[in-house]
Design a protein around this ligand. Structure first.
Ligand code: ASP
Ligand code: CP
Length: 326
């Protein structure tokens, strides 16, 4: 559930009573099922609006600071596009090496600075807990765009929205997560979100050194979700409704030799997918390296580019919500 609102000095026209006004988005743990239904219905409206009118003025006069300490294409670009499609403006700080971070400025001081100029801050940072730290120092809403191997909550929301759009349901699903489940922040958030739904079976397929963290599995187990770990995909694939493929996260390995050993552990090809259902989808948060072959892209089950588009609508919804316009 939303935490206490920030920014008691309301700019003219803001709806203080909007339930998400001024709230941070730091972890999927803060969402219950009613919140998810609400976010997805607003995202659906955003999709309809973009398809019909393209750009509109819901957030005219609002400013987003996009603060990225790690590389990003989709998250960064979709937050910028989301703000601009809603009529707002963006201060992009994606090359922190050219900002005062390079002079040694701390994260608290950097976010305090941006909070003076912007109405909302999106942050990606290599350390777990960095977005929560930023939120303590900003008197404007902070949105976590990935905190190291911690969480990527807006990605998990867009993943769920994509599944709902593709399969028409979020209950009664067998979901198989494949690849680097240790470092992949997207699967940490997604597994936690699936624990909110009914009749969900989660399969985790990974090399031994990249297994899903115990902490995430324990949280999910408390909700009564069946979780099974595998070293290979064969047994899980035929039952799978959603195959969620991840990249082995080279940047999180201390030992390059260990990365070399596991980097090619799984490759999804048209041949591999012969044993999967006809009605299922393959997702990937992207970027993809070799874990899904390009030959599979033409298969109707390859939903990862459609999934990526959903990021725009979900991020439009989240910005409108925390700025009191939804
Ligand atoms: N783009 C996603 C993330 O930032 C997944 C990845 O990088 O592999 O977590
Ligand atoms: N899915 C995702 O977060 O992509 P980027 O790293 O390109 O933002």
């Amino acid at each position: 559930m939303p935490s206490k609102p920030k920014n008691p000095r309301l700019p003219f026209g803001d709806q203080q009573t909007a339930p998400w006004y001024g709230k941070n988005i730091l972890t999927v743990k803060q969402f219950d099922r009613a919140d998810l239904d609400y976010i997805f219905s607003v995202a659906h409206e955003m999709r309809t609006m973009v398809e019909h009118v393209g750009t509109f003025d819901l957030l005219k006069g609002k400013i987003l600071a996009n603060l990225f300490y790690e590389p990003s294409t989709r998250t960064q670009a979709s937050f910028m596009a989301a703000m601009q499609r809603l009529g707002g403006a963006v201060v992009p700080i994606s090359e922190v090496h050219y900002s005062s971070v390079a002079k040694g400025e701390s994260l608290p001081d950097t976010v305090r600075t941006l909070a003076c100029y912007a109405d909302v801050i999106v942050i990606r940072h290599p350390e777990v807990g960095s977005a929560a730290l930023a939120a303590r120092y900003a008197d404007k809403p902070v949105i976590n765009a990935g905190d190291g191997p911690g969480e990527h909550p807006t990605q998990a929301l867009l993943d769920m929205f994509a599944i709902r759009e593709e399969l028409g349901r979020l209950d009664n699903l067998t979901v198989t997560m494949l690849g680097d489940l240790k470092h992949g922040r997207t699967v940490h958030s997604l597994a936690r979100l699936f624990a909110r739904f009914d009749d969900i079976r989660l399969n985790y397929v990974s090399p031994d050194i990249l297994r899903m963290p115990r902490e995430v599995m324990d949280e999910v187990a408390k909700k009564g979700i069946r979780q099974t770990e595998h070293a290979t995909l064969d047994a899980a694939l035929p039952e799978t409704d959603v195959l969620y493929v991840t990249r082995v996260q080279r940047e999180r390995f201390e030992d390059p030799a260990a990365y070399e050993k596991v980097k090619g552990a799984y490759v999804i090809t048209p041949e591999v997918m012969k044993s999967a259902k006809k009605q299922m989808i393959v997702l990937h948060p992207l970027p993809r390296l070799t874990e899904i072959s390009m030959e599979f892209d033409a298969d109707p089950r390859a939903a990862y580019f459609r999934q990526m588009e959903c990021g725009l609508y979900v991020r439009m919804a989240l910005l409108a919500m925390v700025l009191g316009k939804a």
